[in-house]
Design a protein around this ligand. Structure first.
Ligand code: 5CA
Length: 437
C-alpha cells in the first residue's frame, strides 16, 4: 500500500475527553472515529489491527477444540426472562421493541442464547464435553463510557461457553481455557496476570480476571512480583500439568481491589516483592455450574440414566479493548511500536525525496515491489514531506520496522531499522528473515 492512497485521517486536534494515551493515539493515527458517546467506527488501520488480534484469539480457541459459531447481536427478551436476568441486568442492557411490540435487546453477553441453542439439541452425556465460542459485537449502556475503546458501549468480544457433565470435567475445561488465555496474550506481546476475581452479574463462585499492567488501567492490583517468574513453557495441555499450573498461579498473591486485605498482603508477601499498581482487564473467565442450565432446563441424560443439569462456564476476551490495551502497554515517549503479530503493516519504506529529486522514491518503489513479491505487507511512504515530519508520523502509526532510503542506503545495502534500536545496512534479500527474527 502507498501511504498517499491509504485512508488514514491523521488528526492533531483532540477532543478534551481523550485523556489516556491509547485514546489519543487511536484518534491521532486515524484508527477510529467516534460516532456517538462510547460508539466508534473502526477505520482501516484500526480495523486491520483488531482483525489481527481477533485471528490470534480465534487460533488459540481452535487449538483447545472450541468451535466457532455466530450468534446474532439482537436477542429476544424471553430467554432472559427464563433465566431471571432480564430484570437483574438493569440499565446497562439496551432494550428495544420490534414492530410487533415484542421485547428484544442488544446482547451484552450470551449465556442465555447459547444455553438455548445447546438445550434444543443435546440430550445425552455422550455429546459432552463441548466448547463453543463466537466473536461478536456486544452492547452495554455503560453509565460512563470513557477511555476510547477501553470502556465503550459497543465493543467486540470473544465469548466462549463450556458444557460438561460434572464439576470435575468442567474444571478441566476451565483450566484449558485459563492456559489458552495466557498463551493468547503472550502471542499478542502482552504479559497478563491471572487474578482471582469477583463474578458480578455473570455469577458463579470461580473466576479469574486477566490483567495487564498499565498506569491508566481501571483496576487497582496488589501482587507478589514473583508472579512474573512463572514460566508458561513449563506447562502443557495435559490435565495434570494444567492442575499444577493453576496451583502455581493460585499460590502467588495477586488480587484486585475487591479482594484486597492489607493484613493478608503483608503477611504473605515480603515488602520488596510487593507490587501495588494499576492494570487493564483484557479477559475474564467464569465457572458457574448450573446457574443458567437449571432455570433454562438444559438437562442431559447421564450414564446411569439420571437427568443432570449441564455444568457451564463462560470465557470472555475484550478483542476491541485489546487494541487500546496494547497501545497502553507499548507506547513510550511518544513512540508507538506494535508487536509484530498485530502491526498494521510488516514494514514501512521511508524515502527521502522532493519534487526536484525523486531518485530515492524510484528506488523505494523497486524495493516495495520486491518485498510484495515475497508476501510482505509493506507500506511505502510516498508523501512528499521532510524526513523529520515523516518520522513523527511513523512514531504514531507504530510499524515496528523501517527501511530508510536516503543518502546512506546504497544499491546493495539498504538502511534497516527496528524502532527504538540502531539501524543496520542489509541486503534486500535478507529483509524477510529480519522481519521474522
Ligand atoms: N459472559 C462473560 C464471559 S464471556 C462476560 O461477559 N465477561 S465480562 O463482562 O468480563 O466481559 C469480558 C471482557 O470484555 C472483559 O474482560 C473486557 O476485556 C471486555 N469488556 C467488558 N466490558 C467492556 C466495555 N464496556 N468496553 C470494552 N470492553 C469491554
Amino acid at each position: 500500500m502507498f501511504l498517499s492512497k491509504l485512508f488514514i485521517p491523521i488528526t492533531k486536534n483532540l477532543p478534551s475527553d481523550a485523556k489516556i494515551k491509547s485514546h489519543q493515539l487511536m484518534l491521532r493515527a486515524g484508527m477510529i472515529k467516534q460516532s456517538s458517546a462510547g460508539i466508534y467506527s473502526w477505520l482501516p488501520i484500526g480495523l486491520k489491527v483488531m482483525k489481527k488480534i481477533e485471528q490470534i484469539v480465534r487460533e488459540e480457541q481452535n487449538k483447545i477444540g472450541a468451535q466457532e459459531l455466530l450468534m446474532p447481536t439482537i436477542q429476544s427478551a424471553d430467554i432472559w426472562k427464563e433465566s431471571g436476568r432480564y430484570n437483574d441486568y438493569g440499565e446497562e442492557m439496551l432494550r428495544i421493541k420490534d414492530r410487533q411490540g415484542r421485547e428484544m435487546l442488544y446482547g451484552p453477553t450470551n449465556e442465555e442464547l447459547i444455553t438455548d441453542i445447546f438445550r434444543s439439541s443435546v440430550k445425552s452425556y455422550k455429546s459432552l464435553p463441548q466448547m463453543l465460542y463466537h466473536i461478536q459485537w456486544k452492547f452495554r449502556d455503560e453509565i460512563r463510557p470513557r477511555f476510547g475503546v477501553m470502556r465503550c458501549r459497543e465493543f467486540f468480544m470473544k465469548d466462549a461457553y463450556s458444557f460438561d457433565l460434572d464439576d470435575n470435567s468442567a474444571k478441566i475445561s476451565y483450566n484449558k481455557m485459563f492456559f489458552s488465555y495466557l498463551k493468547t496474550f503472550k502471542r499478542l506481546g502482552l504479559e497478563a496476570i491471572p487474578m482471582a476475581a469477583d463474578t458480578g452479574p455473570i455469577g458463579g463462585d470461580l473466576s479469574h480476571e486477566f490483567i495487564i499492567l498499565a498506569e491508566t488501567g481501571e483496576s487497582k492490583i496488589y501482587t507478589d512480583k514473583s508472579i512474573f517468574e512463572i514460566d508458561l513453557n513449563n506447562y502443557s495441555y495435559d490435565n495434570l500439568s494444567l492442575e499444577k499450573m493453576i496451583k502455581d498461579y493460585s499460590s502467588v498473591y495477586a488480587v484486585t481491589d475487591e479482594k484486597f486485605k492489607k493484613a493478608e498482603f503483608d503477611k504473605k508477601v515480603n515488602k520488596q516483592n510487593q507490587l501495588i499498581t494499576k492494570g487493564i482487564e483484557v479477559g475474564h473467565i467464569f465457572y458457574f455450574g448450573d446457574k443458567y442450565s437449571k432455570p433454562l432446563n438444559c438437562f442431559v441424560d447421564s450414564q446411569d440414566g439420571k437427568k443432570n443439569a449441564v455444568k457451564m462456564g463462560s470465557y470472555g476476551i475484550g478483542v476491541s479493548r485489546l487494541v487500546g490495551a496494547i497501545i497502553e502497554a507499548k507506547y513510550e515517549k511518544e513512540i508507538m511500536k506494535w508487536p509484530k503479530a498485530v502491526s498494521p503493516f510488516d514494514v514501512v519504506i521511508i524515502p527521502s525525496f522532493n519534487k526536484n529529486n525523486k531518485e530515492n522514491l524510484t528506488k523505494s518503489i523497486k524495493i516495495y515491489e520486491e518485498l510484495k513479491k515475497q508476501n510482505i505487507d509493506v507500506l511505502l511512504d510516498d508523501v512528499e514531506e521532510n524526513m523529520s515530519q515523516k518520522f513523527k508520523k511513523h512514531d504514531l502509526i507504530g510499524i515496528p520496522f523501517q527501511i530508510i532510503v536516503g543518502s546512506k542506503s546504497t544499491e546493495s545495502k539498504i538502511e534497516f531499522k527496528e524502532v527504538n534500536s540502531e539501524s543496520s545496512f542489509v541486503d534486500l534479500k535478507d529483509i524477510k528473515s529480519k522481519l521474522k527474527s
